[in-house]
Design a protein around this ligand. Structure first.
Ligand SMILES: C[S@@+](CC[C@H](N)C(=O)[O-])C[C@H]1O[C@@H](n2cnc3c(N)ncnc32)[C@H](O)[C@@H]1O
Length: 254
């Protein structure tokens, strides 16, 4: 991040009940630095992320119940047409997946509704708060059992801090890469996300940590242009128009 364009994330609270419900996560957000004037707004039970430089964009929030994610679940294809599931499931029907870079939970949701039990880890406090709020709202929907059983947001933010006794079949990684497209072509929502998180430079450590705990496979999603992180332990790939999912062997096969 350039020192000339560093902003402190602004927190706007219009819903005090929600603010007290997520006090711990909210406190972690108050000192976040970003490269454009971003803010989070708590209003009517929802947490949204906004960007003062993109006033027309509206707030980014997580919605598993309505919107595009629910539409994808209803009308999207099955395991064969969802590349992320092809890569994460292999020939398993209901794997346990650790989604180590949960973000806004889109890939986790696809894997969950296609049959996986997903444990979610997210280290950025703002993204984590958006995700938690989306899950909390989903848990008071008609489909609450599904979210409670299949999308479990872990208390620790990274897989290296995990001390529970679940052994995941698959560890899924989707870290942030630098933007390559001309900025006008990148979706505004994605740009805001980049301005909040930047680029995750510690991909190699993450891959190593994932290989230590995975039972059967580690999957890393990359843009197609990205170099392969560790050719020696890469066993397969799933390629789509813009992405490549590299499949790596675990350190110890269980
Ligand atoms: C590209 S986004 C993931 C998008 C996600 N797959 C989805 O479908 O919404 C990458 C996210 O991973 C998080 N992240 C990166 N490295 C991480 C790590 N080592 N532990 C936890 N979270 C990490 C970033 O904070 C960011 O929110």
């Amino acid at each position: 991040m350039n020192s000339e364009d560093v902003y402190i994330l602004e927190v706007i609270v219009e819903d005090e009940v929600l603010a007290s419900f997520c006090q711990r996560e909210l406190d972690a957000c108050r000192k976040i630095l970003c490269s454009s004037p971003l803010f989070i707004k708590l209003s009517e039970g929802m947490v949204g992320l906004g960007n003062l430089n993109e006033p027309k964009q509206g707030l980014v929030f997580v919605d598993f119940v309505g919107g595009t994610m629910a539409h994808r679940r209803q009308f999207g294809g099955g395991k064969k047409s969802e590349a992320v599931a092809r890569a994460c499931f292999g020939n398993m029907n209901s794997p346990v997946i650790f989604d180590a870079t949960a973000g806004l939970g889109r890939d986790a949701y696809v894997n969950a509704y296609l049959g996986a039990r997903v444990h979610l880890f997210e280290r950025n406090p703002v993204v984590r708060l958006l995700l938690k709020n989306g899950l909390d709202r989903a848990m008071s929907s008609d489909n609450s059992d599904f979210f409670r059983e299949r999308m479990i947001l872990e208390d620790v933010s990274t897989i290296s801090e995990y001390s529970g006794d679940v052994v995941p079949d698959t560890v899924y990684l989707d870290p942030m890469y630098p933007e390559r497209q001309k900025s006008a072509l990148v979706k505004k929502e994605m740009r805001t996300f980049h301005e909040l998180i930047g680029c995750d430079e510690d991909r190699l450590e993450l891959l190593d940590d994932a290989r230590k705990i995975a039972g059967k496979r580690v999957v890393m999603k990359n843009p197609k242009w990205a170099p392969i992180l560790n050719e020696k332990v890469r066993t397969a790939e799933v390629v789509t128009k813009n992405h490549r999912f590299d499949i790596y062997s675990p350190l110890l096969r269980r």
